[in-house]
Design a protein around this ligand. Structure first.
Ligand code: ZN
Length: 481
C-alpha cells in the first residue's frame, strides 16, 4: 500500500485533477463543519447534565429542534407540538387530563415524562442527510419521539373506571417492570395548565399535581394482610392456625371487628385470608415476632425508597414496636393503625408474587425513535431482586387465588384468564364509617401477566368498586386483539 501511494504522489500532476482535489477538499471541509454542528446539538454532553430544565443548552436546542412527540406503546400520540399561524408553538395533549400525571406537562415547569425525558425529545436522530438538508434550509429539526410503556386501552379503562372518585390506579407487567397504566385523581388538563396555574397551586387541599400512584400515602386496610400472612408462613405458624371469629372481639379496650361485624365462625389460615377476617388476622398479629415482622417489612420494601425509575416516590411505612399496645399490634396486622402505603408499592408486591418473588423496577419509557420512526434506543427494566422466596410466592399465590374463587374477590372470576388478589376496605376516619376501596393482585393467561393496585378514596367496599374496576382492566388486557 505504501509503495502504491508513493508511486501515485510521484506521478506528474495535471491541472484538471488539481481542481478536482480542491473541490473535494472544500466539500469535505463543509461537510465536516456541518457534522460537527450536528454533533454539537445531538449528544456530546451527558444526558443527566443537560436534562435539567435550568440548563441554557435546552433553551438553545428549542430554537433549532421541535420537541418530539410522546406516544403510548400501542402508538397513540398523547403529547405533540403544534405550530401556530404566527410561528409560535403549542404543546398539545389530545387526551386532556387522561395522562395528566404520567405524561405530565412542559409549561410552568414540567412534570411526569415531559420532565424526565425532556432532553431526549429535544434531540434529533433523523437520518443525517435529512438533517443537513433541514439545517441548510433553516428549518427546525423534528425531535425524537418518546414511546411509553403505557397501553392506551388500559389507561382509558382505568381513567373512566375511577369515575368521579379520587384515588389511583397502577398496572405493571410483572416480569419486566413496565408500567401499563398510571392514573391519579383529582387530575388537571395539561392543555390549560398555564391558565389554571394560580388556582391549582392555591388550592392546597386538593393537591391535584400529586401523583397518587407514587406519592399518595393511604391506610392499606386488608391488602396489608399479605405482609402478616407472609410472616405467619415464615414463622411456621400458618399451617396450624385456627380461630373462632364471632364478628368482633375486644382487646385492651379496643374492639376489632370484621366487615359488618358478621361472624366468620371457625377459620383456618387460608379461610381467614380469603374471607379477610379481621379478628383472626388481629390475633395473628399478637402471635408473630415483632422484630421478625419488621425485618420482613423492610424486605418487602416498607420504610425505604422504592426501587423504581420514578424520582418522585414516597416511602410506605409499617412497623411493630416493643411497647405497642395489643390494640395497636392488632390494627397493624390488619393494615390499620399507623401503616401507610403507596399504590405503586402494593402493585410491586403483587408483581413479585406473580414473578416468583422477584421485583423488577417499574419504568415508563419503552424507547426513543426518530421522527421517521427509526429506533434510537430502547429501555430495559432493572431487576431489583427477590423480596420473598419462590416457595413463599407460590403459597401466597394460592392464597390470593382463594380470595377470587371463595372469598371477597369473586367479581374477578373469568373464563379468559386466572386472577389472584387481595381486597381491602380501609377505614380512614375515627368513626370507622368512611372507607377506601382497595384491590391489589394480578392475572395471567398463557404466560402473559398484569399486576395492579387500585384505590378509590371514600368509595366504600372493595367488592363494589375496586374489584369491578380491576375486572375491566383485566378484561381489556386479555381481550382478543
Ligand atoms: Zn372474622
Amino acid at each position: 500500500m505504501d509503495n502504491e501511494i508513493k508511486k501515485e504522489n510521484e506521478r506528474p500532476k495535471k491541472r484538471g485533477r488539481k481542481r478536482y482535489v480542491l473541490i473535494t477538499y472544500v466539500f469535505f471541509g463543509l461537510f465536516m463543519l456541518l457534522l460537527a454542528r450536528l454533533l454539537f446539538f445531538t449528544g456530546i454532553e451527558s444526558e443527566d447534565f443537560i436534562n435539567s430544565s435550568y440548563n441554557p443548552r435546552l433553551t438553545k436546542l428549542s430554537e433549532t429542534v421541535e420537541r418530539g412527540k410522546i406516544k403510548t406503546a400501542d402508538g397513540v400520540v398523547v403529547s405533540e407540538t403544534i405550530k401556530n399561524d404566527d410561528g409560535s408553538e403549542t404543546r398539545n395533549y389530545p387526551y386532556g387530563p387522561m395522562y395528566a400525571h404520567s405524561v405530565g406537562y412542559s409549561v410552568n415547569g414540567s412534570l411526569g415524562a415531559e420532565k424526565d425525558f425532556n432532553f431526549q425529545m429535544m434531540r434529533s436522530h433523523l437520518f443525517f442527510i435529512k438533517r443537513i438538508y433541514l439545517e441548510l434550509s433553516g428549518k427546525k429539526l423534528p425531535g425524537d419521539n418518546l414511546i411509553l410503556t403505557l397501553d392506551s386501552r388500559l389507561q382509558e379503562a382505568a381513567y373512566y373506571g375511577m369515575g368521579d372518585y379520587d384515588g389511583a390506579v397502577i398496572a405493571l407487567e410483572p416480569d419486566t417492570g413496565k408500567v401499563l397504566c398510571m392514573v391519579s385523581k383529582p387530575d388537571f388538563d395539561p392543555n390549560t395548565i398555564a391558565q389554571d396555574w394560580d388556582s391549582i397551586v392555591s388550592d392546597s387541599s386538593s393537591s391535584v399535581l400529586l401523583n397518587r400512584t407514587t406519592q399518595g400515602l393511604y391506610p392499606p386496610g386488608s391488602v396489608a394482610k399479605i405482609v402478616t400472612a407472609l410472616e405467619m408462613m415464615e414463622e411456621g405458624k400458618a399451617d396450624t392456625f385456627l380461630y373462632e371469629c364471632e364478628g368482633e372481639e375486644e382487646r385492651d379496650g379496643y374492639t376489632i371487628h370484621c366487615y359488618r361485624s358478621t361472624a366468620h365462625g371457625t377459620v383456618d389460615f387460608a379461610a381467614a385470608f380469603a374471607d379477610s377476617c379481621n379478628v383472626a388476622f388481629g390475633n395473628m398479629g399478637l402471635m408473630i415476632d415483632k422484630n421478625r415482622f419488621n425485618l420482613l417489612s423492610e424486605r418487602l420494601l416498607f420504610n425505604r425508597k422504592l426501587p423504581t425509575s420514578f424520582s418522585n416516590t414516597v416511602k410506605s411505612s409499617i412497623g411493630m414496636n416493643a411497647d405497642d399496645s395489643e390494640a395497636l399490634i392488632m390494627q397493624t396486622a390488619i393494615g390499620q393503625g399507623k401503616t401507610l402505603v403507596t399504590p405503586m408499592h402494593m402493585a410491586m408486591i403483587s408483581s413479585a408474587v406473580a414473578n416468583e418473588g422477584v421485583v423488577k423496577e417499574p419504568y415508563i419509557s419503552d424507547s426513543i425513535e426518530n421522527a421517521d420512526g427509526g429506533l434510537v434506543r430502547t429501555y430495559k427494566g432493572k431487576t431489583y431482586g427477590s423480596i420473598m422466596t419462590k416457595d413463599e410466592a407460590e403459597k401466597m399465590k394460592e392464597l390470593m387465588r382463594l380470595v377470587i374463587t371463595d372469598g371477597t374477590g369473586q367479581g374477578l372470576i373469568s373464563d379468559d384468564y386466572t386472577a389472584y388478589g387481595k381486597t381491602g376496605t380501609a377505614e380512614y376516619t375515627d368513626d370507622k364509617q368512611s372507607t377506601h376501596s382497595w384491590f391489589t393482585g394480578f392475572a395471567e393467561k398463557d404466560g402473559k401477566k398484569i399486576a395492579v393496585a387500585v384505590i378509590m378514596e371514600g368509595a366504600g367496599t372493595a367488592s363494589a368498586h375496586a374489584v369491578p374496576l380491576t375486572k375491566s382492566l383485566f378484561d381489556t388486557y386479555f381481550q382478543n386483539e
